[in-house]
Design a protein around this ligand. Structure first.
Ligand code: 8YV
Length: 309
């Protein structure tokens, strides 16, 4: 059997249903009874960015062979236990890179040019009382990227087309990269008009954007997060924004999704999205094909398409 943890995509659900004995975790009222009943038949888990496979679930499933995640991020999977137990893990890299990078640029433009506020201005009829206030130029502004992996690099490429100088922080300097490296996030923030979070979430990167980083950015600069909510100290972000110590923020991800701090709802220098970075029909279909393809490869003894463990 294949255990799907939560509703994520109807095409994926149909394709899994066609091929496997699909069990839907979220439909069972009593999780412990459900696991007791199916523990010896579940050989695969399909999770996503919201619900993965933690140590407890993995320990409850003695026949588990593979965790196939409908996400590139692996922060909801206990990779250490998977490694120890010889459980394979796959994700959905590459197919979502362009969408997430596109969205990062969209967030920058939405925030600086105040696109959402402009739209509300027109709809409310206020345009008839006068022109919209002036906004902030994007082209040529310095962009600092935390994490120059697949997505970070795709964001950098796009920002280059807007004539932006590119800075980055990562654990080590990337060879053959012309962008300016900063060895600390505070230094990166001090030297960037726009700071973009694009690294994986781990113990080292949790709250990588803390109060010190926000103050290094300051009231003239902005924060963009298309990574994971816990990359940013959200309480400090709310304070920095409400106290005017940070210029603005555009966020696709939050610490406790779908909860978003309501203090942000009244601020116009904020853009809030419901975790839609990879949310296009094209990309979600490609992600689903990878999840199914990995499971099929595994169960027919072929090499995995996108193995992590
Ligand atoms: C998805 C994601 O939003 O890939 C990731 O890491 O956060 C996303 O693509 C999610 O897994 C969709 O269910």
């Amino acid at each position: 059997g294949v255990l799907m943890m939560c509703p994520m995509n109807s095409y994926l659900e149909n394709e899994l249903q066609k091929r496997f004995n699909l069990l839907r975790y979220w439909t069972s009222p009593e999780k412990s009874v459900f696991l007791e009943t199916h523990r010896n038949s579940i050989r695969a888990v399909v999770g996503n960015a919201f619900v993965g496979a933690d140590a407890q679930l993995i320990n409850d499933l003695p026949k588990l062979e593979i965790v196939s995640s409908f996400s590139v991020g692996l922060d909801k999977i206990d990779l250490g236990i998977c490694k120890d137990k010889g459980i394979r893990v796959t994700n959905t890299p590459d197919v979502l890179t362009e969408d997430v990078a596109d969205l990062a640029i969209g967030l920058i433009l939405a925030l600086l040019r105040r696109l959402c506020e402009c739209d509300r201005y027109v709809r409310s009829g206020k345009w008839k009382q006068g022109d919209f206030k002036l906004t902030t130029k994007f082209s040529g502004k310095s962009v600092g990227i935390i994490g120059l992996g697949r997505i970070g690099t795709a964001i950098a490429k796009r920002a280059e087309a807007f004539s932006c100088p590119i800075n980055y922080y990562s654990r080590t300097v990337k060879p053959d990269v012309a962008y300016k490296y900063y060895p600390t996030v505070v230094d990166l923030a001090k030297n960037s008009d726009i700071l973009v979070v694009a690294c994986p979430l781990s113990d080292e990167t949790r709250h990588i954007v803390n109060r010190q980083v926000m103050d290094a950015l300051g009231p003239k600069s902005v924060l963009i997060n298309i990574g994971r909510g816990p990359h940013v100290d959200e309480q400090e972000l709310v304070k920095a924004l409400t106290e005017g110590r940070l210029g603005g923020a555009a966020l696709d991800v939050f610490e406790k999704e779908p909860h978003v701090p309501e203090e942000l709802f009244g601020l116009e220098n904020v853009v809030l999205l419901p975790h839609v970075g990879s949310g296009t029909v094209e990309t979600r279909n490609a992600m689903a094909d990878l999840v199914v393809g990995n499971l099929e490869a595994h169960f027919s003894g072929k090499s995995l398409l996108t193995p992590v463990v």
